[in-house]
Write a protein that binds this ligand. Sequence first.
Ligand SMILES: NC(=O)c1ccc[n+]([C@@H]2O[C@H](COP(=O)([O-])OP(=O)(O)OC[C@H]3O[C@@H](n4cnc5c(N)ncnc54)[C@H](OP(=O)(O)O)[C@@H]3O)[C@@H](O)[C@H]2O)c1
Length: 265
Amino acid sequence: MKITIVGCGNMGLIYARAFLKYNIVSRENLLLAEKNEARKQELLKLHLGEVCVVNDKRISESDIIILAVKPQDFNELSLDLEHVLNNNIIISIMAGMKLERIENALNQKFIIRAMPNSPAELGMGMTAFTSSKSLSIEQIRKAENLLSTTGRTVFFENENLLDAVTALSGSGPAYFFYIVKQMVEAGKQMGFDQHTAEILVKQTMLGSFHLLNTADKSLDELIKSVASKGGTTEAALSVFNEMGVGVNLQKGIVKARDRAMELSK
Ligand SMILES: NC(=O)c1ccc[n+]([C@@H]2O[C@H](COP(=O)([O-])OP(=O)(O)OC[C@H]3O[C@@H](n4cnc5c(N)ncnc54)[C@H](OP(=O)(O)O)[C@@H]3O)[C@@H](O)[C@H]2O)c1
């Protein structure tokens, strides 16, 4: 297998490391196409693969090419890349960049559009992806094998759902950190220092996540199991409900989906 990663910033590097970790590709067969000079020097020191420029002819031999540049850099990139492509499978992780636009700009038909999230760095990411109509099941499986080196994957035939994915799992880590932050702030208001409040909250979130993942109970049952009638948890939950915390969180997430739709136009 030969792979090229175009744009080796945060996400590009995560994929390079994950592919090597799972022996998907050897260092000799991994091309890292990067234009930023300082970044190139860093990549050379890391010895993860062959560092090259984006119009390097060797790219045309790649089975799979990952596009991990920022969406605003795609136009410029496409002018260089178009000449070295040769019906390769192209996986774009550019947020909001539609399949049709990539197909037209690159004049290629085997395109996968994927939306990963930041826990990919730990191999615990959630990636949703979709593909152009021309890809065979075998090509889709090949791409999925690569994407799943960073965590779980789910395939959607309907590309429009990727905007909702962006709002739910793409931005999701930030919502989680936001809620953790509110809990830590409440802890500080009640007299704990930052460090102690963080320990209390982080371990609570970790343990609760594992309960959620292993207990044979619905979310409502899990909430009920902590909130006894007239007790402390119920006091908190009734304030959340009165203030519309849950409903407003949902509204925020739908707004993120709407923004993703706007940006991908
Ligand atoms: N970070 C996330 O959590 C996340 C999640 C989902 C999707 N994504 C998507 O992943 C993509 C990459 O994000 P990132 O955070 O990894 O960005 P990043 O750190 O800025 O990395 C992009 C790299 O590509 C380089 N580059 C730009 N134009 C190029 C070209 N024509 N040829 C070769 N290299 C080029 C950039 O150089 P310069 O710095 O000189 O421009 C930079 O080193 C984005 O499209 C983003 O939407 C990110």
